[in-house]
Design a protein around this ligand. Structure first.
Ligand SMILES: Nc1ncnc2c1ncn2[C@@H]1O[C@H](COP(=O)(O)OP(=O)(O)O)[C@@H](O)[C@H]1O
Ligand SMILES: [Mg+2]
Length: 205
């Protein structure tokens, strides 16, 4: 019966965009003190997750648009002797990311989204499948691991390149206020295996 087939409506671009705007507003309203506390709590969450610290190659991101600040986490990973990588907009494949090694000597430049990224240098590119952990930014996530990003699809395209059996783990980082009841997912959305917020570690596997 036609009305039953439509019981679960497809995600409309409108509902995804409205959700993006609402959750972006929530995080933009966090105070500087709340942001600082959240970044410190994130370090505590990650460093208390012992298995994570057995890994060596970590992709991070630099915060933009009131995202959870990763700088203290990057410092903690450097101090623990880990390799850290940051996303760079792919120079020839629009919509894709490359991950470049990032250390205190990295030469940075501002990309077209006004986000600092390491200057392109082929010798510092890490193949996506060789990363152990990819920490992704996100706008909203739900209790099953669906992820809504800023709307560019960069992580969806890039993570779609991972082989199905890849041991690389994709972990979203978010403020507590970015959890929503349900993210209307699309066929191309790559779900998260885990999410870490300042208050909680979620494992959806
Ligand atoms: N693997 C992919 N191949 C081609 N296009 C993709 C892929 N993943 C996402 N896209 C495109 O990227 C655009 C943005 O994706 P969306 O999931 O809405 O963004 P975000 O994940 O940043 O919230 C969509 O128009 C979608 O068609
Ligand atoms: Mg998506």
């Amino acid at each position: 019966m036609a009305h039953l087939q439509q019981a679960v409506p497809p995600a409309s671009p409108h509902s995804r965009q409205a959700l993006r705007q609402q959750v972006r507003q929530f995080r933009q309203q966090l105070t500087a003190a709340e942001q600082t506390k959240a970044a410190t709590e994130l370090v505590r969450q990650v460093t208390s997750t012992n298995w994570l610290l057995t890994k060596q190659h970590f992709a991070l991101y630099l915060a933009n648009d009131a995202e959870l600040n990763t700088e203290p986490l990057i410092q903690a990973l450097w101090q623990a002797g880990k390799n850290v990588y940051l996303p760079v907009l792919h120079p020839f494949c629009p919509g894709y990311l490359l991950f470049l090694h990032y250390d205190s000597s990295s030469v940075m430049q501002i990309n077209r989204f006004n986000i600092p990224e390491p200057q392109l240098n082929c010798a510092r590119v890490m193949p996506v499948a060789a990363l152990d952990i990819i920490f992704t930014p996100l706008v909203a996530f739900d209790a099953t691991g669906n992820r809504l990003g800023m709307g560019g699809g960069f992580y969806d395209r890039t993570l779609a390149q991972l082989p199905a059996a890849s041991p690389c783990q994709v972990i979203g980082l978010a403020h507590n206020c970015q959890q929503v009841a349900a993210v209307p997912a699309e066929a191309w959305d790559i779900p998260l295996q885990q999410v870490i917020t300042p208050a909680k570690y979620f494992d959806f596997r």
